[in-house]
Ligand binder design. Structure first.
Ligand SMILES: Cc1cc2nc3c(=O)[nH]c(=O)nc-3n(C[C@H](O)[C@H](O)[C@H](O)COP(=O)(O)OP(=O)(O)OC[C@H]3O[C@@H](n4cnc5c(N)ncnc54)[C@H](O)[C@@H]3O)c2cc1C
Length: 404
């Protein structure tokens, strides 16, 4: 197939200027590469990214990556909420499993930041680098790869070539499909309905995960006596929850918290996301790499999605920076496979573990209900088991372990 001449001033085409693609562009610029971002949305839409109901829990490692790229500093400090502790409750069972950061040198588990502020910070940080370019209203519709270049076609017919194309175009990535890379998709058949609530008692930086029969409520502590309420339910029940009046929504949340946060009122619009976990069969092919949700699209319950995106950005930028310095081809499979191997080792155990926990804690059949009560009760009382489970989860949150 005939390829147009390479764009001389572009090393890498990144499809998608979401938080992952933008962070990657910044990291690549710092590694001495010249990326061009292709984004289907308009520039105005990117700059004014609207509140979308997602409040993103970030680990210590994610924070370090964001600081190194100048994203963290671009989020207003008052919008960054500390996550000090996480507690899990199962129905009316008195057992609670607590996760705190104590003992590993970190004074908290992580932080929470609204997604639209991360998007804006990532846009600003990327554009602050003179070697990053962004084309908006540029929807990629085709991808062709040959021995020396990858070429994308845009909806307006233009074609662009570079040694490497990175797909950062969401968990339903069309670039991934066009590259011939399959993905394991797990449709949980459930949805989340998210909305901000204000409460009369302080949240003390504690996140609550309440597994009640019928639905699951997560409360993520935000600043200003507010929480992000995340209700996981059967998709068929989502329209009802979306159409509730504010008072009725707040009353349902208050009932589920057992009054722990005092009286509750709605403090923002509600949003709805169907739950589909996606794990790509490969993160790399000749002249193609996958990043962000296009590589791994997590169920949000363990709050890993964007954290994984940032870990992948760190590793891919490091590998490509090393390749360019030593004069190697950045689109070579051997270069990209180093990224793939490390990213798989970091993400696969947690992807599988998350899906298993979700199944256990949302299965309403009697054996599962008994099993999860037992898991919580035993974990709370047996120091060995509890220490093991909590240690693993806490270290993952604080980024204290590098996955083996
Ligand atoms: C309810 C909810 C809660 C979450 N909570 C957490 C959390 O606590 N912690 C956490 O780490 N993560 C969390 N996540 C996950 C996090 O939001 C995602 O991991 C992150 O937004 C993915 O970023 P991305 O850049 O990969 O993809 P996206 O944000 O989906 O961006 C993809 C971009 O690609 C563009 N695009 C798509 N197709 C094309 C094309 N053909 N051509 C050009 N452009 C294209 C799109 O317009 C978009 O801008 C949560 C997600 C949800 C739904």
């Amino acid at each position: 197939m005939h390829h147009p001449p390479m764009n001389e001033d572009v090393d890498i085409l990144i499809v998608g200027a979401g938080p992952a693609g933008l962070a990657l562009a910044a990291a690549l610029a710092d590694a001495g590469l010249r990326p061009l971002l292709l984004e289907q949305q308009s520039r105005a839409a990117l700059e004014a990214a609207p509140e979308d109901g997602r409040d993103i829990a970030l680990t210590h490692r994610a924070r370090r990556v964001m600081e190194a790229l100048g994203l963290w500093q671009r989020v207003p400090a008052a919008e960054i909420a500390p996550l000090r502790e996480a507690r899990v409750m199962d129905g009316d069972s008195p057992s609670t499993l607590r996760f705190a950061s104590g003992g590993n040198g970190a004074d908290q588990l992580g932080w929470l930041i609204p997604n639209h502020l991360i998007r804006r910070a990532a846009l600003e940080a990327a554009l602050a680098r003179p070697t990053v370019r962004l084309e908006c209203e540029a929807r990629v519709t085709a991808l062709d790869v040959n021995v020396d270049a990858a070429t994308v076609t845009l909806a307006d017919g233009r074609r662009l070539s570079a040694p490497l194309v990175v797909a950062a175009d969401s968990r339903f990535s069309s670039t991934r499909r066009m590259a011939g890379i399959g993905a394991q998709m797990h449709d949980f058949g459930r949805s989340v309905v998210v909305g901000r609530v204000a409460h009369s008692r302080p949240n003390e930086g504690i996140a609550w995960e309440c597994f009640r029969y019928g639905n699951t409520l997560a409360l993520l502590p935000m600043n200003g006596d507010q929480c992000s309420a995340v209700v996981t339910l059967d998709s068929s029940a989502a329209p009802t929850w979306l159409s509730l009046g504010d008072d009725e929504f707040a009353a349902r949340i208050e009932a589920q918290t057992g009054g722990r946060l005092g009286s509750i009122r709605a403090a923002g619009p509600r949003h709805h996301y169907p739950l589909v976990g996606v794990y790509s069969h490969r993160f790399a092919a000749p002249r193609v790499a996958l990043i962000g949700d296009a590589a791994v699209g997590m169920h949000p319950v363990t709050a890993h999605g964007y954290n994984f995106g940032l870990y992948g950005v760190e590793v891919l930028a490091r590998e490509l920076g090393a390749a360019i310095k030593s004069g190697r081809d950045i689109g070579a499979l051997s270069v990209l496979q180093a990224f793939e191997g490390e990213h798989r080792r970091t993400t696969l155990p947690i992807y599988l573990g998350t899906n298993a926990v979700v199944s256990l804690f949302t299965d309403e059949r009697h054996p599962a209900r008994m099993l999860r009560s037992a898991v919580l009760a035993v974990a709370e009382r047996a120091p060995g088991l509890s220490g093991l489970i909590k240690g693993v989860i806490t270290r993952q949150l604080t980024g204290g372990v590098k996955a083996a």
